[in-house]
Design a protein around this ligand. Structure first.
Ligand code: LLP
Length: 430
């Protein structure tokens, strides 16, 4: 991927800048975004899915700059909390291009969304349908609503991030009949404008089969609904979840291939059902924000640990860890790491990149071969770290969160500044 190019001296560079310059300017750890690459990925989705609306899933990583970049490429923004909504609104995203998600949105979040006039609210429970109707009546608005359904698809991904099998918290079950019931409730409401169905099957998915099955099941549900209620559902959202390459063994489909497969299924199924093709949308997050960014760390200690059988492993501790990227600890996610600040001809040795937190599970990269002479002061880059890392960061051990910087045309722009210990102390008002 283009954001891990190295110059002849072995120094990683991004958009014409060496990482040692970036580290000197902004410190470590830091998230370094290749801005042109992120924009190109957004544009690639918009072009591949031309005629559909692409919403960027802000949960993967959201700041005002990124919201503006993706909107400039023709995308909308999917938000799933009052905080993400606030960022999108502050970025000046047209509220008609904002979708509001969440399985337990608060009254406050719904009220803010309604007051802003978001383009669609995706409802996820009967409680919420009731709450939304009360608020809409009170505010005298008529929100456009989609019903989030559970298609029963078993997406091949980690259990914690699969969302369409039956026994989990999201959506209304199609098989169980609640989806049809929720559609009817929204249709019969005098204050809700039911526009369609929403399905999201999970995340970091590689095969198109799950999306195809979900498309078929949601279109059948739409056809049944029209037959029963006499009105067509104009829209269908097939969610996000398109996988990216974290290591060289991952082989994601291109947006063009995904679009081709999904269009064919939708067109074929609509023809078979005798319904008009609805206006379609998708919500990729990771595929846009993930590959364009690497995490940059400085090595602090290197320890050789002897393993059973006489071999050994280098434990390379960096100045971040599970507080800035919990994905390895939480999902067993796989990343790679590369020595970024110099060339080394030392033999590669089995290594593990760990953080500075007080627990053994604080691992960033479980297995990697790093040069045997790796040493304190070296810079390490972890590629494909733009999605669900900074957005899931914590202050475990009172460690301030790293900044996110964009690099474009050899210039660095701070997108999210580094947190300071003073920021943390300011929260402690006891
Ligand atoms: N739309 C909905 C309704 C979603 O729930 C999600 C992700 C997306 C779109 C975007 O999915 P993406 O294209 O980014 O895969 N923290 C986990 C991922 C959780 C995904 C939650 N929903 C991880 O780090 O892998």
């Amino acid at each position: 991927s283009r954001n891990v190019d190295k110059s002849a001296d072995g120094v990683l560079e991004v958009a014409g800048l060496d990482v040692d310059r970036i580290a000197a300017a902004v410190g470590t750890p830091a998230y370094v975004v290749d801005a042109a690459d992120l924009k190109a990925r957004a544009r690639e989705f918009a072009e591949a899915f031309a005629g559909w609306q692409v919403y960027y899933a802000g949960k993967s990583f959201l700041c005002t700059a990124v919201a503006r970049w993706v909107v400039a490429e023709g995308l909308g923004v999917d938000v799933c909390s009052g905080g993400e909504l606030a960022v999108a609104l502050r970025a000046g995203v047209d509220s008609a291009l904002i979708g509001l998600h969440g399985n337990n949105k608060s009254e406050e979040e719904l009220r803010t969304g309604l007051a802003a006039g978001v383009g669609r609210i995706i409802v996820d429970s009967f409680d919420e349908i009731g709450r939304l109707q009360r608020l809409a009546r009170y505010l005298e608005v008529r929100p456009r609503v989609m019903v989030r359904v559970t298609t029963g698809v078993e997406a091949h991904t980690h259990e914690f991030i699969a969302t369409a099998h039956e026994d989990q918290k999201f959506g209304f079950s199609i098989a169980g009949g609640q989806a049809a019931e929720a559609l009817r409730a929204c249709h019969e409401s005098d204050v809700l404008d039911l526009i369609g169905i929403h399905s999201h099957i999970g995340s970091q998915i590689f095969d198109t089969e799950g999306f195809e099955v979900a498309a078929r099941r949601t279109l059948r549900l739409a056809a049944d609904f029209s037959a029963r209620c006499g009105v067509a559902l104009p829209e269908l959202d097939l969610g996000g979840g398109f996988g990216i390459a974290y290591t060289s063994s991952d082989t994601p489909a291109t947006p063009a291939a995904l679009a081709g497969a999904m269009r064919a299924i939708v067109d074929g199924e609509c023809a078979a059902l005798g319904i008009a093709v609805p206006h379609l949308s998708i919500e990729p997050g990771r595929a846009i924000s993930g590959p364009s960014t690497f995490a940059l760390y400085r090595v602090g200690t290197v320890k050789k640990v002897l393993l059973d059988g006489g071999s050994s492993r280098l434990y390379v501790a960096v100045d971040g860890g599970m507080s800035d990227n919990i994905r390895t600890a939480l999902y067993g996610a796989e990343y790679s790491a590369t020595l970024a600040s110099r060339r080394s001809d030392a033999p590669p040795v089995l290594s593990r990149v760990v953080g500075k937190h007080c627990e053994g599970g604080d691992i960033l990269v479980r297995d990697e071969f790093l040069p045997a002479d790796i040493a304190p002061g070296d810079l390490l880059a972890v590629p494909a770290a733009g999605a669900y890392s900074h957005s899931m960061a914590s202050n475990y051990n009172h460690v301030p969160r790293p900044p996110v910087v964009g690099v474009e045309d050899a210039e660095i722009t701070t997108l999210v500044r580094r947190e300071t210990i003073d920021d943390l102390l300011a929260l402690d008002v006891g």
